[in-house]
Design a protein around this ligand. Structure first.
Ligand SMILES: NC(=O)C1=CN([C@@H]2O[C@H](COP(=O)(O)OP(=O)(O)OC[C@H]3O[C@@H](n4cnc5c(N)ncnc54)[C@H](O)[C@@H]3O)[C@@H](O)[C@H]2O)C=CC1
Ligand SMILES: O=C(O)[C@H]1O[C@H](OP(=O)(O)OP(=O)(O)OC[C@H]2O[C@@H](n3ccc(=O)[nH]c3=O)[C@H](O)[C@@H]2O)[C@H](O)[C@@H](O)[C@@H]1O
Length: 431
């Protein structure tokens, strides 16, 4: 099938390379010339395991990129993989979606054959039908159902495992309003759907849109519940990891997403939970449980710093912060809990010295005013430190030597595998 993908960030680039791998002809339409050049040169514009090889294999044959929206006319289906960030108050910002839909609609105005537009971005219920559809109709001069079809197909991939998550998902959700759109998407995904491990969910647009938010809200709230239980466990002097490992044996609950600690960050959970809360309020519903999930999450960095302050006088103290990315395996630092820990340490007079194997450049670029110094290695950050906190569970921290610290006090927000025998103090946030 001939496929165009508008927006070539984490999602757009990953699915373009994977769909090319499945045998489709794919073109990425992207406004950033550097990304276009990278893909056409066979290079991955983002770091994801398995992506580089796939782009190198298919660039110039089944995969190419362009800034020219006109190229969508040579394709049968277009996926919109545009950003859906939050506004200041947490609600959904649809500017990039509107702009992309306008350009796409304009390009489709001179296409003679039918076209299917699929919203892949995470958008609140009603957006595909009430925002994207009318813009496409106005710009293309074609009505939905009369040569223009609309679908919504949310994406559940995770950063760091994006390629394998896309190619072997638990489920594919197809929100459609016509049999034609549904059968086109089933054919496109056929190699993925033929796996017994992957369920197919066929539904309407609104349900597809909400399934994505419900999925992320459930996972974020699960981690917040795990963190609250972890905080209670700590107060009782119990080990939350032992407790929750047992709880996870109940298959109604599941053992996954049971790691308590510093909480959730990243470009997705915070923005999607905020958009759903804002959307619910707009509909007249108070999302108390989601509010509480955010409050628990926001409290964890403070608890970590309080715990450290029980053992170290923070005023003037050099504190090593191990990890800056929002989770291991990525250089993404958006809404990383580590940033909050650093700001709180600074507010309490400490001197944070941070180390991360891949994310320091990103922090410097995005948060130039973050009150931290940076080290080139964990041992450099730990040298002469009066205390250390673990903010990201990078595997290399398991082998850290704390010998060079002025005081060997470590507070762990992620339960890494530390040899605590040589430490003066080792405290887990929830154990
Ligand atoms: N990053 C992730 O792990 C996941 C993200 N999502 C959702 O997918 C959507 C896209 O997310 P990401 O790929 O992470 O965003 P991103 O920010 O990495 O990529 C978006 C791309 O769109 C391009 N762009 C912006 N306006 C454009 C326009 N008018 N025309 C063409 N290109 C344009 C940008 O230059 C950028 O390269 C969001 O709704 C997000 O919530 C869903 C599942 C996973
Ligand atoms: O909508 C999205 O963009 C994506 O958001 C998340 O993926 P991602 O943000 O890449 O990362 P996760 O692995 O889900 O981790 C999110 C945060 O939760 C934290 N977490 C996760 C699991 C856990 O047990 N404990 C915990 O604190 C992680 O440290 C991290 O900060 C979802 O897992 C994906 O399914 C979804 O597609």
């Amino acid at each position: 099938m001939n496929v165009s993908i508008v927006g070539s960030g984490y999602v757009g680039t990953t699915i373009a390379a994977c769909l090319a791998d499945l045998g489709h002809e794919v073109v990425n339409v992207e406004i950033d010339q550097d990304i276009v050049d990278a893909i056409n040169a066979g290079d991955a514009p983002i770091h994801e395991p398995g992506l580089e090889e796939r782009i190198a294999d298919h660039a110039g044959t089944r995969l190419r990129a362009t800034t020219d929206y006109g190229e969508v006319r040579d394709t049968d289906v277009t996926f919109l993989c545009l950003p859906t960030p939050s506004t200041e108050d947490g609600s959904l910002e649809l500017g990039p979606m509107r702009a992309g839909a306008e350009s796409l609609g304009g390009a489709l105005a001179t296409k003679e054959d039918d076209h299917l537009v699929v919203v892949k971005s995470t958008v609140l219920p009603g957006t595909t039908e009430e925002v994207v559809g009318p813009i496409l109709e106005a710009e293309s001069g074609t009505q939905v159902g009369e040569g223009l079809e609309l679908a919504m197909n949310p994406e559940f991939l995770r950063m760091g495992t994006a390629v394998s998550d896309f190619l072997a998902p638990d489920k594919v959700v197809l929100g459609t309003t016509s049999d034609d759109a549904a059968s086109t998407l089933r054919a496109l995904y056929d190699p993925i759907l033929s796996s017994e491990e992957t369920d197919l969910v066929e539904t309407d647009l609104r349900e597809a849109e909400l399934i994505k938010y419900a999925n992320n809200a459930f996972l974020a709230a699960k981690v917040s519940l795990v963190n609250e239980l972890g905080n209670v466990a700590k107060e009782y002097g119990a080990d939350a990891y032992e407790v929750l490992e047992a709880v996870g044996l109940d298959d109604r609950i599941s053992a996954r997403f049971m790691r308590s600690g510093l909480g959730w960050g990243g470009s997705c959970f915070p923005k999607d939970v905020d958009a759903l809360r804002a959307g619910a309020r707009e509909q007249g519903y108070e999302p108390d449980l989601l509010d509480a999930a955010v409050a628990v999450n926001d409290g964890q960095p403070r608890r970590l710093v309080d715990l450290l302050a029980d053992h170290v006088d923070l005023e003037g103290a050099r504190i090593a912060v191990l990890g800056l990315s929002f989770k291991p395996g990525t250089d993404d630092v958006r809404k990383s809990r580590a940033l909050d820990v650093i700001r709180r340490l600074d507010e309490r007079g400490a001197r944070p010295v941070a180390y991360d194997p891949v994310a320091i450049d990103n922090v410097r670029e995005r948060y130039p005013d973050l009150p931290a110094a940076y080290a080139d290695s964990a041992s450099e950050a730990l040298e002469e430190a009066d205390g250390a906190v673990v903010a990201t569970d990078w595997p290399e921290f398991d082998d850290c030597s704390f010998a060079g610290m002025a005081r060997r006090v470590v507070v762990d927000g992620r339960r890494i595998d530390v040899d605590a025998a040589d430490l003066e103090v080792y405290e887990g946030l929830t154990w």
